[in-house]
Unconditional design. Structure first.
Ligand SMILES: *[C@@H]1O[C@H](CO)[C@@H](O)[C@H](O)[C@H]1NC(C)=O
Ligand SMILES: *[C@@H]1O[C@H](CO)[C@@H](O)[C@H](O)[C@H]1NC(C)=O
Ligand SMILES: *[C@@H]1O[C@H](CO)[C@@H](O)[C@H](O)[C@H]1NC(C)=O
Ligand SMILES: *[C@@H]1O[C@H](CO)[C@@H](O)[C@H](O)[C@H]1NC(C)=O
Ligand SMILES: *[C@@H]1O[C@H](CO)[C@@H](O)[C@H](O)[C@H]1NC(C)=O
Ligand SMILES: *[C@@H]1O[C@H](CO)[C@@H](O)[C@H](O)[C@H]1NC(C)=O
Ligand SMILES: *[C@@H]1O[C@H](CO)[C@@H](O)[C@H](O)[C@H]1NC(C)=O
Ligand SMILES: *[C@@H]1O[C@H](CO)[C@@H](O)[C@H](O)[C@H]1NC(C)=O
Ligand SMILES: *[C@@H]1O[C@H](CO)[C@@H](O)[C@H](O)[C@H]1NC(C)=O
Ligand SMILES: *[C@@H]1O[C@H](CO)[C@@H](O)[C@H](O)[C@H]1NC(C)=O
Ligand SMILES: [Fe+2]
Length: 650
């Protein structure tokens, strides 16, 4: 046994030191690539033709113009919209099936001086990818005959103006045939898309938003207070970053030892877009469970203010407080376009359904955890604005808590635990800046947070989590810090499957987990009697029995009660990204599998009763559920490896 162990250790050390430590990502077994990456925009050429045209209207978006009234609404009734449908008309003398419309922002995308990343690179005519695109024939089946098409496209306020370009040559040999007039929002710099997060203490809510105002132009703040009471103002901090913060991939070739900085694509190259300014305000000393109203403001130097819409939220309960508490958890949701842009949402087909189900149930949800693979921008920075806009109805109302996934963080040679290019050069910067998380260091995306009777330990699977690592210490400390009499419901969550999954990829590896995941962490889950461990990354739903060391430790399937003999593992990665297949093998510990889009809702009725529900995103109905009923002494009860040794010494 000892010999075997030291051999294993030796092998691990060997791996660490000699072979590049490449744990092999769970290669997305599912189909789909970031739709913008299908466009060979660096090959685009201008072949403008006067007999082709593209026109967009209205010119000014997001105004208070009321069509029915035929007049402007007063400012306090409708404070300007941050999304609008635009009419786009095209005429093309030589229509072809693969003609497409690219939506560009800023409108003047024809910059002939693109920043050069590499001397050998030919200067491209178009340096930035469109923010989205649509085929000309989409819902215009006569286009190839008539050369005429009419589109309704939805724009969101993204701090700059927009133009539409008609391309022939398909996505792989794009030729610009016509460019439209520019359209713009009334105030492109307006504060938009607030997202709430729990602060570092239970009675603090953080509000993060995006605007076009740097601190020297206008001072950011939140005006807020108890609903119906006088409002007060809290200042906000401002962050931004530039192209150089995006990670270049060092390409090392063994033979020549040549190191090129040219990669880092697309975040440093065609995917780059100015992120604007990201503000965070800290609303402190909140009264548990009371409703607050808030709005975002920017004070100009002459004292006048630019306002956002009005929003509201319910303050978080005191840790241990007995009240009805509902938590939603899912991973891998991504974003999609409501106007059918970007190839009919085939990259994250379930994303809008999940978003819309949550919005429908907003009155019965207190907090949301999106455990990694957030928007799959993969280095196309414009997608982050679109994602924050999509989730605004949720994230502006309840804390929207994130975990980091491979699509946020991974770039080889940048300290990510896995050597993949999955973040397209973002190397975590977008996830760490666009959203606040109550981590000590947002570049290390692990944190704990309390919500009433729940205690959450959110783990960053893209940084080392093995025994002896900095993060392992955090995990133990986080689990140990739950006073289970007050916070009986102890939840662990990470993006990659560190526990159990019958996903096809993990099945092929023969591990049914991220290698070394449960081997590293199961003694902590067992010792601290974690109720449920959640994972994403595999795009489906699966629930295990309460399990320890690969063995089910409880025969129940629907109503758990009594001692906590093992942790229930749940894969809930079906938030939106195209689904992942299950392995053919039947895993003994798997109680329920669903090959569909969905999310989990936990409802704590009190300290002794928890309801778990898995709902499908298509209809919001429950497709799996169980309950846990137990008393405090059941958590204290010693089970296998679940208690410290005792002594009778005096
Ligand atoms: C514009 O397109 C028409 C119709 O295909 C073609 O006859 C004409 O030569 C083109 N003009 C230019 C300048 O390319
Ligand atoms: C927004 O809130 C302000 C108070 O802060 C109030 O005067 C105004 O009527 C509200 N506007 C809307 C559209 O609810
Ligand atoms: C429109 O064009 C796309 C891309 O060439 C093609 O896949 C699709 O079948 C066409 N749709 C219609 C309705 O013609
Ligand atoms: C875009 O730039 C190219 C190269 O500088 C130029 O030939 C072309 O006319 C420009 N097109 C527009 C629409 O400005
Ligand atoms: C396409 O053309 C046919 C025949 O001319 C017509 O009946 C139909 O309405 C047209 N469809 C669209 C979407 O314009
Ligand atoms: C303050 O400055 C802004 C922007 O320059 C202007 O639109 C606004 O009318 C000014 N307000 C006052 C009260 O002068
Ligand atoms: C990441 O991208 C670089 C540059 O394109 C490439 O050389 C490298 O092989 C990629 N790494 C992986 C693991 O795909
Ligand atoms: C849990 O473990 C304890 C102690 O090992 C055992 O007595 C009990 O029967 C187990 N509970 C269930 C539900 O299997
Ligand atoms: C806890 O809630 C459950 C479900 O609503 C209920 O049946 C039970 O009586 C409650 N227990 C206590 C101690 O309030
Ligand atoms: C989204 O929901 C609709 C309505 O239930 C359903 O018809 C559709 O299949 C769902 N889409 C996906 C990708 O599940
Ligand atoms: Fe993932």
């Amino acid at each position: 046994m000892d010999i075997f162990r030291s051999l294993k250790l030796f092998l691990i050390l060997l791996l660490l030191n000699y072979v590049k430590f490449d744990l092999v990502a769970a290669h997305d077994s599912s189909s789909g690539v970031q739709p913008l990456s299908k466009i060979a925009i660096h090959k685009a050429v201008f072949v403008l033709n006067d007999s082709a045209s593209i026109k967009a209207s209205p010119l000014l978006l997001g105004t208070n113009w009321n069509v029915q009234l035929g007049a402007y609404e007063p400012n306090d009734v409708m404070q300007g919209k941050d999304s609008e449908w635009v009419d786009v008309e095209i005429e093309q003398p030589k229509p072809l099936e693969d003609d497409w419309i690219g939506i560009f922002s800023p409108a003047n995308f024809n910059s002939s001086t693109c920043p050069q990343e590499d001397q050998r690179q030919q200067p491209p005519f178009i340096c930035s990818a469109p923010i989205k695109y649509k085929f000309a024939n989409d819902s215009n089946s006569n286009y190839t005959k008539t050369g005429k098409a009419y589109h309704k496209l939805r724009l969101i306020n993204q701090r700059a103006d927009f133009s539409f370009a008609l391309f022939s040559g398909g996505l792989s040999n794009p030729q610009v045939v016509a460019v439209s007039n520019a359209v713009r929002f009334e105030n492109p710099k307006a504060p938009v898309y607030p997202r709430l997060s729990q602060g570092k203490s239970w009675n603090e809510m953080t509000v993060t938003w995006t605007s076009g105002y740097n601190i020297d132009e206008a001072y950011p703040f939140v005006e807020w207070g108890l609903k119906g009471s006088p409002q007060t103002r809290s200042p906000a901090g401002t962050l931004t970053f530039d192209r150089k913060s995006m990670c270049a991939v060092k390409v090392e070739t063994r033979h020549t030892n040549f190191v090129s900085q040219s990669a880092g694509a697309p975040a440093r190259t065609v995917g780059w877009r100015d992120p604007g300014f990201i503000h965070t305000a800290f609303l402190k000393d909140l009264w548990p469970n009371l409703m607050y109203t808030y709005k975002l403001g920017h004070m100009l130097s002459n004292g006048s203010c630019i306002w956002s819409k009005n929003y509201s939220f319910k303050a978080s309960p005191y840790p241990g407080q007995d009240s009805l508490q509902s938590v939603v958890i899912f991973g891998d949701m991504g974003k999609a376009e409501r106007d059918g842009s970007n190839g009919y949402n085939n990259y994250q087909p379930g994303s809008l359904n999940t978003t819309d189900q949550l919005i429908k149930d907003m009155d019965n949800i207190d907090i949301v955890f999106h455990i990694g693979d957030i928007c799959y921008a993969n280095g196309y920075i414009s997608q982050w604005d679109q994602f924050t806009s999509q989730i605004e109805p949720i994230a502006s109302t309840v804390p929207y808590m994130l975990a980091s996934g491979n699509h946020e963080r991974d770039v080889p040679g940048t300290g990510s635990f896995y050597d993949t290019n999955d973040s397209g050069g973002e190397c975590g910067v977008l996830a760490q800046t666009m959203f606040y998380v109550p981590a000590d260091n947002r570049a290390k995306y692990w944190y704990s947070t309390d919500y009433g009777m729940f205690h959450f330990c959110i783990v960053d699977s893209e940084h080392d989590w093995r025994e002896g690592s900095e993060q392992y210490k955090f995990i133990e400390q986080c689990l140990a810090s739950a006073d289970r009499q007050k916070q009986p419901w102890l939840i662990f969550a990470a993006h990659r499957v560190l526990g159990y999954s019958s996903g096809a990829w993990y099945g092929q590896q023969g591990t049914f987990e991220e290698p070394m995941g449960r081997e590293s962490l199961q003694k902590l889950w067992q010792k601290y009697k974690v109720d449920i461990a959640f994972f994403g990354h595999v795009h489906n739903y699966e629930r295990t029995c309460p399990i320890y060391q690969n063995q089910c430790v409880n025969d129940e399937t629907l109503h758990y009660s009594g001692t906590v003999n093992g942790t229930i593992h749940v894969v809930v990665g079906g938030g939106g990204r195209s689904l992942s297949y299950f392995a053919r093998e039947d895993t003994l510990w798997s109680l329920k599998k669903d090959f569909d889009y969905g999310f989990v809702k936990l409802t704590a009725f009190n300290h002794s009763s928890l309801l778990f529900e898995y709902k499908r995103s298509s209809d919001g109905n429950v497709y799996d559920s169980f309950t846990i009923s137990r008393d405090y002494r059941d958590v204290l009860a010693c089970v296998h490896d679940g208690c410290e040794p005792t002594t009778s010494a005096i």
